[in-house]
Ligand binder design. Structure first.
Ligand code: SF4
Length: 427
């Protein structure tokens, strides 16, 4: 089969470009933030952060106060007095977990999420999870992972959470094959993509995480995996360890990215090219129409990415190729070459790639460039706006449904809006 794939830049774009590596002060959320979208996705899971009041404040403000729904996350705040000895710690944690599970019989998976205060670092949460799992099995599965700001940035919390599930996934029978989509997608996006896979004749298709954490998808040598999010790196490694094979592809952002992502699965399933075009042409055209309106505002504008979610490289590719923007600097907290191999050749070689952060140096570079738009965390947005640079909060890009054809217009709008706001202010 031959399906037209994105034409790479003649000079191979950023495939071989040098990367500016910085290891200084960072302005990035910690991995606890992932709980905000993970708890919405896995409807029978509960996330118990074992942390401090700071962690509780972060969770409260990141997720907003939930008044109407009983939230599926909480923080067990452990004080120094709780930590007189290992038995007391176990006892305190057991008390909290027993109370929680009695009150919430709907919970099927309980994640104990580690954090970074010194009192918490002393606790062996994996051992606690193992002990509690034996007590509550088979009704409730208890797992542990770290969302600590020392070990994880922002989206790495999801990676750590999903990786903890991999050993529990059932084995796919040796003669079966299936497609596994890895990384949290909004339900609406999952449904849309699921319908396209069905129309293409690709399947069975499973998603990790699944909506019900108790229904883990199977994995084995017949599994082909498509990454939906660029931050599921250690999860993908663990899945490879269970036999799954990665299908390299750009991420499904924008019309071109979505088509290329679907094409990777279509090639693995030997879908005839004409059939692929028949299924994807309509939604792709709708996506292009949805984006067209915003291209006028974005074309030729210079954009600077501070590192935050690891979505920066796929977003820069989308904005450059489909919206005509000029990426000046594309910072990412972590650059996984293998998982970005299909993205890097699509970036213009004029873009500066940066990995990690030294925030003061990066702010200096941003001021020197004076881009039209900077994508950054909440802490940097106000100072940059005050200096005349329009900003986009990167956290919005993680909390909003942006993948797939039907969301391509909304994704473009997320970048057009701050430029429009600034233009209005200037008028
Ligand atoms: S885990 Fe660490 S960085 Fe994250 S909120 Fe708690 S104390 Fe802060």
């Amino acid at each position: 089969m031959s399906i037209a794939l994105p034409v790479v830049q003649a000079d191979r774009g950023c495939a071989d470009a040098p990367v500016l590596k910085e290891r200084g002060q960072r302005e990035v959320f910690c991995g606890l933030t992932g709980i905000v979208w993970l708890h919405r996705k896995m409807q029978d899971a509960f996330f118990l952060v074992v942390g401090s009041r700071t962690c509780a404040h972060l969770m409260q403000s990141a997720a907003g106060v939930m008044i109407f729904a009983e939230p599926r996350f909480a923080t067990a705040v452990l004080d120094e007095k709780d930590l007189a000895g290992i038995n007391e710690i176990d006892h305190e944690l057991d008390k909290v977990v027993v109370r929680l599970l009695e009150r919430r019989p709907d919970i099927r998976t309980l994640f104990l999420v580690g954090s970074c205060p010194s009192e918490v670092i002393k606790i062996d949460l994996s051992r606690a999870a193992w002990r509690l799992d034996r007590i509550f099995a088979p009704t409730v599965r208890v797992l542990a992972y770290s969302g600590s700001g020392i070990e994880t940035t922002f989206t790495e919390g999801e990676d750590a959470c999903l990786r903890s599930l991999v050993p529990l996934m059932p084995a796919l029978p040796a003669t079966d094959r299936s497609l596994l989509v890895v990384g949290t997608l909004a339900d609406v996006v999952e449904d849309q993509l699921g319908r396209i896979f069905a129309d293409l004749g690709i399947g069975p298709v499973h998603f990790l995480p699944s909506r019900r954490s108790a229904d883990l998808p199977p994995v084995g040598p017949g599994t082909r995996m498509l990454l939906a999010q660029p931050w599921v790196n250690t999860t993908a490694d663990a899945l490879r360890g269970r036999g799954a094979e990665h299908l390299p592809a750009p991420y499904p952002l924008g019309a071109e990215g979505t088509t290329a992502w679907l094409a990777a699965a279509a090639a693995a399933w030997d879908v005839p090219a004409e059939h692929f075009r028949r299924v994807t042409a309509g939604p792709e055209e709708r996506a292009r129409r949805g984006m067209a309106h915003y291209r006028e505002r974005l074309e030729g504008k210079r954009i600077f990415f501070f590192p935050d979610s690891q979505l920066e490289i796929p977003l820069a590719r989308f904005l450059h190729r489909e919206m005509g923007m000029i990426p000046v600097e594309v910072g990412t907290p972590y650059l996984h070459r293998a998982h970005l191999a299909a993205e890097l050749p699509l970036l213009p070689s004029t873009a500066r790639l940066a990995e990690g952060q030294d925030v003061d140096l990066q702010l200096d570079r941003c001021r020197a460039e004076m881009p039209d738009l900077a994508v950054c965390g909440l802490g940097l947005a106000n100072p940059l706006e005050a200096e005349g640079i329009a900003t986009k909060w990167s956290i919005e890009l993680v909390f909003s449904p942006i993948h797939g054809y039907e969301q391509a217009g909304d994704l473009a709008e997320l970048f057009a809006r701050p430029l429009l706001r600034r233009a209005t202010l200037e008028v």
